[in-house]
Ligand binder design. Sequence first.
Ligand code: B1M
Length: 210
Amino acid sequence: MELLEQIAKELESGDDKAVGSLTRSALEQKTEASIILNEGLIAGMQVVGDRFRDHEIFLPDVLLAARAMNAGLALLEPLLAESDTPARGKVVIGTVKGDLHDIGKNLVGIMLNGAGFEVIDLGKDVAPREFVETARETGARVIGMSALLTTTMPSMKEVVSLLKSEGLNGTVRTIVGGAPVTEEYARDIGADAYGFDAANAVERVRELTN
Ligand code: B1M
């Protein structure tokens, strides 16, 4: 079996040690970090999500897969974040209120950092007001919100509305993303941008801050 396929398989079975050592081997073979990420780790996690949806596996299995994903990501992080770009301003990021999924948000943070942005990561389960207050206090130019649950997506709209009522829309721009979020949803709630993956999020944030 090809190495990237093996990484995906071990992630599916939740073996963090195997994912770590296979990721290391792939790096030693000079495979690009972004290829290991997309064709190994994310590909495996996609299967985990599908099997969970179909009730073939259960929450503890997903937790083990998340731990395995993090083992691989820890090795890729220095390479994904490698940068010689000058500082580009501050971005506040977080996973919205009620939502504990942070792997994608963490990736967005790593890539933004690599592109020269100062990232203020509020973590997960972040209340709308916390996004807005932090942006105000730090002078951040962008708020980036991640949501993985259809039930937590409306919290993004609350942040956009709060920025408006506080007179900060225009000064602080917003970008949203996460598996259930779409370009259309972003437009509907009045967000300034939508990122379909972490690399695309960086491009969109660059546009917002130019
Ligand atoms: Co949960 N979960 N989960 N889960 N989980 C999903 C999201 C689900 C789709 C699985 C399924 O049913 N197929 C489903 C949601 C269904 C829905 O809303 N319609 C689901 C569910 C139901 C739940 C629980 C409710 C289960 C339960 O308790 N019964 C529960 C909710 C907990 C909560 O949040 N309150 C729950 C819990 C968990 C774990 C804790 C076990 C774990 C999360 C661990 C963690 O994050 N630390 C987990 C996981 C791992 C998943 C799946 C399998 C994988 C998510 C992931 O990390 N993907 C997921 C299935 C799926 O998404 N296919 C699922 C890899 C990651 C790199 O991708 O986060 O999409 P992603 O990020 C991408 C892009 O979306 C984008 O960039 C990244 C790629 O570069 N992106 C942005 C993300 N944020 C962005 C922000 C941007 C721009 C781009 O701008 C700011």
